[in-house]
Structures are given as structure tokens and as C-alpha cells.
Design a protein around this ligand. Structure first.
Ligand code: SAH
Ligand code: SF4
Length: 375
């Protein structure tokens, strides 16, 4: 835990147009004020009411009495040799989440967290080893995007040469177990008069919360990535335990029903490559059989396992990964091997937060020992 924010004024970030409209109604202000404020906050990235020059002077003076345009605090920043940037961001309640910026040649994706910790305990995932602390609020989710834009000096929206062009909900947590907050946040992010990152540039990754997948399609229609990682229930139960609740047959049917499984957009099947666990040719063949059986228009992402202290898996060999990828390619599925980015800064899911917690625990232990020695 870092320091809590003691500012008790209402944070306007994370509120949608309807929320703002009702605030301005309560303030006896005309409805178009909400639109002006929206533009300042989400298009220009402005946090200072005084600089919102088309608001009346009286309103500019009144707003800061009750409201603030909040930001997440950047508690720690790490920049990898490969230019991946990772931020540990402080929430108002003192908790911390990670956001990771992965720049590519002419685009860049921000990996956004949806929860503090995760309740799902996938056996290869570091976040899964942390206890679930809570759901992020819309302000915390939109806030990750805003803090990243601040840090990279990418306001106003649409700025030329910007690097943050895409969003992947692949940080800490399971977004479909916090769907209401994630949906509200993503609608704000997608709004074309604000941050304006379109649904085609947003991908949500789920471990397979089947009942929420339909709602995700209906309400957001963002790209879907599914953390598949296994081609049979026995192994998937072990790697992704939510599979016991929603087994492969249900998950794959839900994938087949997702709109992008039927069009050129396709569904992304994430597959973490674990040495001698899920990386045989037989596994690849079974995956192809399943995609054909359920008629899923899929592309694969083969992710090299990112080891963490205490993990019991190893990353597959280069040979095994290429054999797997080549087979899928031959069968007509795109299956790039994703180079693990930012290894030197532990940019994989959940790693920075755990590292910082470990350091704190170590510091605390040392302090206790010192105190005990003194007593
Ligand atoms: N909870 C969601 C989104 C966050 S995890 C989900 O599970 O899909 C984002 C992706 O990172 C998932 O595909 C997850 O399986 C993968 N991942 C987690 N730990 C990893 C590790 N140590 N190495 C490689 N990929 C990992
Ligand atoms: Fe949670 Fe996703 Fe990690 Fe599984 S892989 S523990 S669902 S964050």
C-alpha cells in the first residue's frame, strides 16, 4: 500500500456524460457545460479548472470547491532496454496497479489493469499468486490511460505521431469479473469527442468468464482475446482453474458466438508456451481440430512463458515454439511467437507489483529485526 489520497472532493474522471449532465443540472448550469468540460478533460487532458477558458468565471471558481480532475500517481516508472515502459500507479485508496506501454514501430499498446490482484489463480501467472484485493473503479481504469498520456505528453487526443494508439485489457485482473466498471471506463475511452480510441483498437483479454462474453460483445464489441493455453479440459483445469466452472466446450461455443469469430477481425487465442506441458505437436493438432469443430475464425498468439521467482514452469524451447507455430500456420492460422517484452523490468503481468511488495516486506522485516535487536 502506498499513501492514500486525502482529497475528498469528487473526482470527475470516470464519470460518463450522463453523470456530468446530472451534476451540471444540480449546479443549475446549462447542459452544454457538461460537453465543454468533457472536451477539456478527455480531449485536452486538462486538470486545472482555471484553464478551461470557455467556462464562465463563476463556474471555474465554483467547481474546485467540490470537484477535482484526478490522476493516478506514478509511484514508480521503469523503462526497459527494448523501450517498454512500466508504471506502478497509486490509486486514491492507497492500492497500486500496473500499466505497461509496449511501443511498436508505428503504433503502441497500453496494457491496462482491471482489478487489484486476481481471484482466479492461474498456475503460471504471477498476478494469480497475489490475493484479490478489489475491483478497479472507472476512474482507476480511465486513469491509467490518462496518466500514460500525461507522461508521454500525448494530449490533445489525436496528436500527431502519438505512440499510445491501442489498448489491451491484459494487465492485472480478470476484466469480465469487473465488467460494469470496465465497460463504463471503455465507453469513456472510446468516445469520439474525448480520448477517442476506437473499439477496433481495443482488445479485452479473458480467461473465459463465459456468461459475460455475450454482454461484452453486445455492450462494447471490442476485440476479444481468450487465454486458452490448453487444448483439453484436464490440462486447462490445472492451468486456468476457472475452466472447472466453464469447461472448453462452453468456452469455445461462446467464442464461436462472439461476432468477431465470424468475420475478418477474428478472435485471438492466447497460448502461453510451457515447456513439456502444452507445447507438443499433438497439442497444436488438437487446437486446430477444435477451431474447425466450433468454426471459430481465430488467430493465435504464442506467448513465451515469462518466469517469475518461485514459478514451477519453464518457457518452451525455440524449436518447440517454432514447430508449434509452423503447424498452425500450415493449417491456415496466424500464430506469431510473441517476444516477451520488457523482461529486464519484469513487465509481465503482476510482476512489478509483486517485486515492490516483496521489497516492502523485506524492508518491514529488517525494521522489525532492528527494533527487536534494540529492545
Ligand atoms: N485475466 C485476463 C487478462 C490478464 S492476463 C486473462 O487471463 O486473460 C493477460 C495474459 O497474460 C493472459 O493471456 C495470461 O494468461 C498471460 N500471462 C499471465 N502470466 C504470464 C506469464 N508468466 N508468462 C506469459 N504470459 C502470462
Ligand atoms: Fe487472473 Fe488472468 Fe492471471 Fe489468470 S492469467 S490469474 S485470470 S490475471
Amino acid at each position: 500500500m502506498a499513501q492514500e489520497n486525502t482529497d475528498t472532493r469528487t473526482n470527475l474522471i470516470g464519470l460518463d456524460r450522463a453523470d456530468l449532465a446530472s451534476i451540471f443540472k444540480d449546479l443549475d448550469e446549462p447542459a452544454f457545460r457538461a460537453r465543454q468540460l468533457w472536451h477539456w478533460m478527455y480531449h485536452r487532458g486538462e486538470t486545472d479548472f482555471d484553464k478551461m477558458t470557455d467556462l464562465s468565471k463563476g463556474l471555474r471558481a465554483k467547481l474546485p470547491e467540490y470537484f477535482r480532475v484526478g490522476r493516478l500517481k506514478i509511484n514508480k516508472e521503469l523503462i526497459s532496454e527494448d523501450t517498454t515502459q512500466k508504471w506502478l500507479l497509486g490509486l486514491d485508496d492507497g492500492n497500486e496497479v500496473e500499466a505497461v506501454m509496449i511501443p511498436e514501430k508505428d503504433r503502441g499498446a497500453l496494457c491496462v489493469s482491471s482489478q487489484v490482484g486476481c481471484a482466479l489463480n492461474c498456475s503460471f501467472c504471477h498476478t494469480g499468486t497475489q490475493t484479490w484485493v478489489g475491483d478497479l473503479q472507472p476512474a482507476d481504469i480511465v486513469g491509467q490511460v490518462m496518466s500514460a498520456r500525461d507522461r508521454m505528453d500525448e494530449w490533445p487526443s489525436g496528436k500527431k505521431g502519438r505512440r499510445l494508439t491501442n489498448i489491451v485489457m491484459m494487465g492485472m485482473g480478470e476484466p469480465l469479473l469487473n465488467f460494469a466498471n470496465v465497460a463504463k471506463a471503455l465507453k469513456i475511452v472510446m468516445d469520439s469527442e474525448g480520448i477517442s480510441i476506437s473499439k477496433r483498437r481495443i482488445t479485452l483479454s479473458t480467461s473465459g468468464v463465459v456468461p459475460m462474453m455475450k454482454r461484452c460483445a453486445e455492450e462494447l464489441d471490442v476485440g476479444l482475446a481468450v487465454s486458452l493455453h490448453a487444448s483439453n479440459d484436464e490440462l486447462r483445469n490445472e492451468l486456468v482453474p476457472i475452466n472447472k466452472k466453464y469447461p472448453l466446450a462452453q468456452l469455445l461455443q461462446a467464442c464461436a458466438d462472439y461476432p468477431s469469430a465470424r468475420n475478418a477481425r477474428r478472435i485471438t487465442m492466447e497460448y502461453v508456451m510451457l515447456k513439456d506441458v502444452n507445447d507438443s505437436l499433438a497439442d497444436a493438432k488438437e487446437l486446430v481440430r477444435l477451431m474447425k469443430k466450433y468454426e471459430i475464425h481465430a488467430k493465435f498468439n504464442l506467448i513465451g512463458f515469462n518466469p517469475w521467482p518461485g514459478s514451477s514452469y519453464e518457457c518452451s524451447s525455440g524449436n518447440a515454439m517454432h514447430r508449434f507455430s509452423d503447424y498452425l500456420n500450415d493449417q491456415g492460422f496466424s500464430a506469431p511467437i510473441r517476444a516477451s517484452r520488457g523482461r529486464d523490468i519484469m513487465a509481465a503481468c503482476g510482476q512489478l507489483k509483486s517485486a515492490s511488495e516483496n521489497q516492502k516486506m523485506k524492508a518491514l522485516k529488517e525494521l522489525k529485526q532492528q527494533r527487536a535487536a534494540r529492545a
